[in-house]
Every structure is written in C-alpha cells, then in structure tokens.
Design a binder for this molecule. Structure first.
Ligand code: GAP
Length: 458
C-alpha cells in the first residue's frame, strides 16, 4: 500500500516539476478537485484527444462531431434524470461538520459497497461503529446531488437555475434532431464530443483521478434496437484498440460487467474498463447501452418528436444508443503512471516516461554538443528547424551538459534526442540519435534524419 502511494507521489511531483500538471489556483492555496495543465500536459492531452478524434470521428463516415454549450436549459437535466438522481451518499461528522462520502468510509473499512442502498449504508455505519476520519460520530447518510447549480441572468429564482453539465452526453441528445435535419444520416450513426463536465464530488482525490472539473470524450451512437448487441461488441473492441494505440499495456486494462444494482439509471448494460492505477484497479472508461431512455425522456420533456423514419422499411421508431465514454484525465493518469519508469543507465539512477511516440509531448529534442560554439549551435538550429517543420513537436535545448539534457527529456518521455557534435560539421554531416529507452546511440546522416525519425515515431 505504501509503495503504491509513493509511486503516486512521485508521479504528482514529476508532473509539477516538469510542467505537466499544477494544482488549480495554487498561489491561493489551491481549489480542491481542480488541476491546471502546463505546456507538456496540454501537449499530451491534445495528443490523446487528437488520436481519439481521428479514430472515432475523422476516420469514419458515420460520426458527426459536435461542441455543445456547457450551460444548458435546466429541463435537459430534469429529463435525463440527473436532477432527481445524480447523487452520492454523504455523511456528516457531527462535531466538525465536515462531510464525507459514506461509501468511501465503508470501503476504507473493508466493506464491499457495490449495490448498497442508502438504508443499508446507514445500517452498516451503525453496525460497524464507523467514525469520521477525525474519530467523531457520524450523522445519517443522505443523498447529495453532484451537479453544480448557478443562475443565469440577473434574477435568482427557480426559473433562472442552470446546471453545469455533469456529462457531455446531454449536449449530443439535444442536438440529435439538428443532426438529422441538417445531414439526413441513415441509421446507424453517431455524434461525438470532447469537452468539460462538472461534478461536485464530495471527496475529490487521487490527483487527477477524481476531480470536480473534468473532461470527457463521448460518443452517442444511434441504432435500431435490434443492433444493440453487435454495436456494443464492436465499440468494446475499439476501446481496447484505442487503449493500445495510446500506449496502455493491455495487461493493465480489465473489464468489469457492472451489476444491475450498480448501473446508472439509464443503462441496461454497462462495462467499466478498469485500469491498474498506482492507487489500485479503478474505473478508467465506461461503455453503456442507454437504450432509448434519453431520446424518449427528452421527447416527453421538450414535446419535440425525436423519432427516426426508416425509409427502407417505412417504419418510425425512437433510436437506441450505445455510449462509449472516456475521461481524458483518467486516460492521461493511466498513460503517465504506466509509462513511469525508474532504472539505471550508465551506472546512474534515472526516471523516465516510457511514452508511446504517438502521445509524447515532445517527439525529438535537438542539442548542440556545446553551447559556446556558434558553428555547432547554428548547425543544430538548422537541423531543429527542418525537423520542426516536418514533425512539429520538436524542442531545442542547449542548457547544461548533455547528460542533464538527456535526463530532462527522459523525464518528459521524449523518444529521441539528436546531438550535433564536431564530427557533424568537420567530418560526415551526420548526427547522433539517442534512443530514450535503451540509451543506445546511432549515427544518422542529416539528409536521412527526417525519414529515420518519422519511421520510428509512426
Ligand atoms: N456519459 C456517461 C458518463 O458520464 P460516467 O461513468 O459517469 O459516465 C464517464 O463517466 C467517464 O468520465 C468515467 O469512466 C471517467 O473516465 C470519467 N469521470 C467521471 N467522473 C470523473 C471524475 N470525477 N473525475 C475524473 N474523471 C471522471
């Protein structure tokens, strides 16, 4: 247990030290459950999102991208069931008045919390004599709605209430008719969206694993009800393929068939994709069969017909939905934690991120051997510019000795470092290319460098 936590601490420290992720509002003491992404974090996040978007949207003919508003009419969330039921069990320390997730306290006391009702939670807290982390008595557990509520406009009354969306899905269901009317797609087709969602988690914890402001990559795939099983299976397979594509080891990705009593209110079948995080095996992504729950509910609440007319069979019906849902932050934590490696190279301990070149924030770093030799610096700048034009995420570094520069690049997971030395300019117009994982170095002609690197990182 201690080892696991210390790995997480190391990762948090590396993420801050190397400009991946900082605490939100840090100079004011932070804001729990929020994190800010620095330059390398943004680059890694964008690489994940672009890989996802390419695979699930641009490489397909049946997917429509949307980017809906975060603030939505409150009736969206009444229809979806979130106003009534998007809640976690909360319990109060009777002395300090601090609030805790009742299910987390039970879990910490070795209770399997799957499928527990509120009554059962309360009974177990009493039966086991569970106290707050400060050792005080606890009150009755109550359901606590996790949506952030605010008011739109100048008047604060019930009619001006809006919620920050708790999932990006809502923005796609309300645009179902727009996509039908504008593009006239035939079933099956999907809508896809990447964007922020907000959840007032009572206990945000474990770095970016459980946060209050999160980012999701979601698909609502509309189908004839008869096709739900095969569509579910095909996305299940694609989700595993995406995991491999972003470099997640398949041995660390597991499936959990979610039991009836633990599924969200809209789902008839859910598989959680779990991952071996340093904090244990936890949910990474979800795949759900949402049936026609959402389109039917929105039809009732909005009084707008959200059915589909099948020209071929001359039938009208409300489509069913398969929903693959990916948390961007959890994907990033999975990638960083599985890439985090400590080893010994040339008799020295080192830390490096064994990132897949596909997601690495920097693909190549270019160094002149010495900073104070203009001929080396100029040549290195030339090589850097030509690589940058072709590859994009390339960095120039002339700070400190070569060993230190390698270590810095290793820590951010740069797959290759290119060094320009005296032989480059005096002898053979070739450079040294050093491989991050093995530390092996190879001489490569400058004229062949771009194709050499492109082949290695593709
Ligand atoms: N539209 C379906 C949906 O939102 P979910 O299981 O509640 O389903 C989907 O969330 C994914 O979003 C999760 O599998 C996880 O990757 C991510 N996620 C959910 N809550 C999160 C939180 N508080 N912090 C970080 N990621 C979260």
């Amino acid at each position: 247990m201690e080892k696991k936590n210390s790995v997480m601490e190391e990762i948090i420290s590396l993420c801050k030290r190397r400009g991946f992720i900082y605490q939100g509002s840090e100079i004011y003491g932070g804001l729990a459950g929020t994190w800010d992404y620095g330059p390398y974090g943004v680059a890694l996040k964008k690489n994940i999102e672009n890989t996802w978007w390419k695979r699930f949207v641009t490489d397909r003919e049946d997917m429509y991208g949307v980017d809906a508003a975060i603030l939505m009419n409150q009736n969206v969330w009444k229809a979806s069931g979130h106003v009534a039921g998007f809640a976690d069990p909360l319990v109060e320390d009777l002395k300090t008045k601090k609030r805790y997730r009742a299910d987390h306290l039970l879990e910490d006391n070795g209770v399997d919390v799957k499928g527990l009702t509120l009554d059962k939670i309360n009974a177990l807290i009493k039966e086991k004599g569970i106290k707050s982390p400060d050792g005080n008595a606890l009150g009755e557990a109550r359901q606590f709605n996790m949506m952030f509520k605010t008011n739109i406009g100048a008047i604060e009354d019930d009619s001006s209430v809006v919620y920050l969306r708790p999932e990006t899905a809502g923005g796609m269901f309300v645009n179902f008719k727009n996509i039908l009317d504008t593009f006239h797609p035939k079933l099956p087709f999907g809508t896809a969206q990447i964007g922020k969602a907000f959840r007032n988690e009572i206990a945000p914890r474990d770095f970016i694993f459980r946060v209050r402001e999160l980012e999701q990559m979601e698909i609502e795939y509309f189908i004839h009800p008869d096709a739900w099983k095969e569509t579910f299976e095909s996305f299940r397979k694609e989700m595993h393929e995406f995991a491999t594509e972003v470099g997640l080891p398949s041995t660390k990705v597991h499936e959990l068939e979610v039991a009836d009593e633990d599924r969200a209110h809209y789902s008839k079948r859910t598989i959680d994709f779990e991952f071996d995080f340093p904090i244990g095996k936890k949910e990474l992504w979800g795949l759900a069969y949402r049936t026609d729950f959402d389109l039917q509910s929105h039809t009732r609440e909005s009084k707008v017909d959200l059915s589909y007319f099948d020209e071929a069979n001359k039938t009208r019906f409300v489509p069913h939905v398969i929903e693959p849902s990916f948390g961007v932050g959890r994907t990033m934590l999975a990638i960083i934690s599985s890439a985090y490696t400590e080893d010994e190279l040339g008799g020295e301990k080192r830390i490096y991120l064994k990132l897949s070149p596909k997601v690495a924030p920097v693909k190549v770093a270019v160094f002149p051997l010495l900073k104070n030799k203009p001929e080396l610096v100029n040549k290195a700048r030339e090589v850097f510019s030509s690589l940058k034009k072709e590859i994009g995420n390339v960095e120039f570094d002339d700070n400190g000795n070569i060993g230190k520069r390698y270590r810095r690049q290793d820590e951010i997971g740069t797959p290759f470092c290119v060094t320009i030395d005296f032989d480059t300019i005096e002898k053979d117009d070739s450079v040294t290319v050093r491989d991050r994982d093995s530390g092996n170095q190879e001489r490569v002609k400058i004229s062949e460098l771009i194709s050499y690197i492109k082949e290695k990182i593709s």
